[in-house]
Design a protein around this ligand. Structure first.
Ligand SMILES: Nc1ncnc2c1ncn2[C@@H]1O[C@H](COP(=O)(O)OP(=O)(O)O)[C@@H](O)[C@H]1O
Ligand SMILES: Cc1cn([C@H]2C[C@H](O)[C@@H](COP(=O)(O)OP(=O)(O)O)O2)c(=O)[nH]c1=O
Length: 204
């Protein structure tokens, strides 16, 4: 039995967390056994690494390695068992975020990222990635009204422009898997786009 692995991506404040619950409800209504997870995090070890990486000063390569260390534990102990049990696993961020933030934002070399991704994920890959795309200034305005900025969210608009550009490049390389959602409209407008993608992919 093989489940479904779906990831949610976008710059901070784009609206991923707002829409993930509605996606869970949609799959539950179809009878799926839905499990939610997130990165960085998703296991006790990876949640410990998350709190370090979001709060402690560190270099870019250290940040990258901690993201992938947590991901390895998450893939082995949560994602693969969930898929083997036939569940629908919805994950708030996965490897595309490393390409976007550590590759695009921090400027780390893509071949290093490719090698780490191959090692850490092996054949575990989302079948669908919903990419919530939004101009950096609009995302910053949404974040400012919502929460205290963590270490990564404190980066400037240029950083988030690079992150956004790297997501666009990933989407161009994997157009079947990564679907762009225009996240600039109202919550209802964005939600309607998300449901349209789900219906198109999964309604028989
Ligand atoms: N379409 C939208 N229009 C206006 N505000 C939004 C929209 N979507 C989300 N928000 C608000 O923006 C903030 C960031 O949304 P969130 O879902 O936490 O983003 P992310 O998980 O992508 O960082 C929250 O306060 C949320 O209520
Ligand atoms: C998974 C991942 C996340 N990140 C960053 C993106 C976010 O700024 C941060 C935390 O992600 P997230 O959980 O989406 O933040 P929040 O709970 O505040 O919405 O980690 C990376 O830089 N690389 C990665 O590989």
């Amino acid at each position: 039995m093989t489940g479904r692995f779906i990831s949610f991506e976008g710059i901070d404040g784009a609206g991923k967390s707002t829409h993930i619950q509605a996606v869970a409800d949609w799959f539950r209504a179809r009878g799926d056994d839905v499990q939610l997870s997130r990165e960085p995090g998703g296991t006790p070890l990876a949640e410990s690494l998350r709190s370090l990486v979001l709060n402690e000063p560190m270099g870019s390569l250290t940040e990258l390695l901690l993201m992938f260390a947590g991901r390895r534990d998450h893939v082995e102990t949560v994602i693969r068992p969930a898929l083997a049990a036939g569940r629908t696993l919805l994950c708030d961020r996965f490897t595309d975020a490393s390409f976007a933030y550590q590759g695009g934002g921090r400027g780390l070399p893509l071949p290093v990222l490719e090698t780490l991704a191959d090692w850490v994920q092996e054949d575990t890959e989302p079948e669908l990635t919903l990419w919530f795309d939004l101009p950096s200034a609009q995302a910053a305005a949404r974040r400012a009204g919502a929460r205290e900025a963590d270490r990564i969210e404190q980066q400037d608009l240029d950083f988030f422009d690079r992150v956004r550009g790297a997501y666009a490049a990933r989407a161009a390389q994997a157009p079947q898997r990564i679907v762009r959602i225009d996240a600039s409209g109202s919550v209802d407008e964005v939600g309607a786009q998300v449901l349209a993608v789900l219906r198109q992919r999964y309604s028989s």
